[in-house]
Design a protein around this ligand. Structure first.
Ligand SMILES: [Mn+2]
Length: 378
């Protein structure tokens, strides 16, 4: 697939879908929260919720304040970001350029007087919190983090379109990477080739630091690629995602490099792969509207614990799913305690794994969209 497809997508997103989407996002947020205003602030890292309500695909907007009320969105920006913001702002967004911090304080004070202000306690640095309390003098601040997560967990059509693109990009790279694997190559080298394939295939960047683990390193679920060299008949585990237009994917495949099918190692890994695939199928069979999150996790865990006469009992050491979206870990987790009821429009990873320290690990992961009829793998 060429760039044209993505450019078309991008055009449609900027021109039409954006305004419609933002309106319904605002409506959902205020339904989920007791706040009558929401203030989001970017540091050198953007608050994912800032991205969610602006749809900005460029610009850092560091120290910019986004004020959201039921019927309007106002952005307080500076000279540095003003042109970037104006080039991509949705129609209804009001943009105000402030020249000094005193001007910013005065304007924010007017804007937020007497309001119940929702703040993202999961992100906002304490310095900004103090600034809003002491300088802007907001009287009633409430934590909006949970309401923001609840709003973002159900994706709209624009988001699903972006996420499908992200999934295609990483899947393409995963389907092609092993032809570049060579004996003696390091994990870092293979990770670099992998990222390059994703980017040539449309990704703006890796969604997170690509995990490439050889041999026994694969027993560490979040291993970072190092100078370990690749040998024949070894596990190659790759966990990666593509970032495109603010959205991300997250997928994992486990391969055996130049397998010796008569070896004990090969047979051991093949049996682990079978068990993990079965756990993924079982978990996915429950990923549909109305299922309670913990049921998905417990079914995957039970499948692994009972597989192969119980030899993997206790070796599935993380949760089965997390929500995916603007962030790789987008707020919700399906683990043994999850009470979240699955709804159409949610996107979750489905990633069972078996980890045998000193030997190796197997994980398989896909991104799954809950639909009205069940689910669809992105
Ligand atoms: Mn994941």
């Amino acid at each position: 697939m060429g760039c044209a497809r993505y450019l078309t997508c991008f055009g449609a997103f900027i021109k039409g879908g954006i305004t419609r989407s933002i309106k319904s996002r605002l409506k959902r947020f205020f339904k989920n929260s007791k706040a009558d205003s929401l203030v989001l602030v970017n540091t050198s890292t953007p608050d994912p919720n800032f991205v969610y309500f602006t749809c900005f695909a460029s610009g850092l907007c560091e120290n910019n304040f986004l004020i959201i009320k039921k019927n309007h969105v106002k952005l307080f920006t500076n000279a540095l970001e003003y042109d970037t913001v104006m080039a991509q702002k949705p129609m209804e967004m009001e943009v105000i350029k402030t020249e000094s911090s005193q001007e910013l304080v005065n304007k924010l004070r007017d804007e937020l007087k007497g309001k119940t202000v929702g703040l993202n306690y999961g992100f906002l640095p304490i310095g900004y919190y103090n600034f809003l309390k002491d300088k802007v003098k907001i009287r009633k601040a409430i934590d909006a983090a949970a309401s923001l997560t609840a709003t973002r967990v159900v994706k709209d059509a624009d988001e699903i379109k972006m996420m499908s693109s992200c999934a295609r990009m990483v899947r393409y790279a995963l389907s092609n990477i092993m032809q570049f694997a060579k004996e003696g190559m390091t994990e870092k080298q293979l990770a670099a080739i992998f990222n390059d394939i994703m980017i040539k295939h449309g990704a703006q960047a890796p969604a997170f630091k690509t995990i490439v683990s050889f041999g026994k390193n694969s027993a560490f679920p979040h291993h970072f690629p190092d100078n370990t060299v690749l040998k024949k008949n070894e596990i190659v585990l790759i966990d990666a995602g593509a970032k495109y237009m603010n959205y991300r994917s997250d997928m994992t495949r486990t391969f055996i490099f130049k397998p010796d099918k008569t070896s004990v190692t090969y047979k051991r890994v093949a049996a682990m792969i079978d068990a993990v695939k079965k756990a993924q199928r079982n978990a996915m069979s429950l990923m549909k509207e109305g299922t309670i999150g913990k049921e998905v996790h417990l079914y995957a865990e039970k499948t692994i614990n009972e597989a192969n006469g119980g030899i993997y009992n206790g070796k599935f050491i993380h949760s089965i799913s997390h929500s995916v979206g603007i962030e790789t870990h987008d707020g919700e987790v399906l683990n043994r305690n999850s009470k979240l009821v699955l709804k159409s429009g949610m996107v979750f990873s489905c990633e069972p794994g078996i980890y045998l320290p000193g030997f190796g690990g197997v994980r398989i992961e896909d991104d799954v969209l809950i639909t009205e009829r069940g689910n669809r793998v992105l």
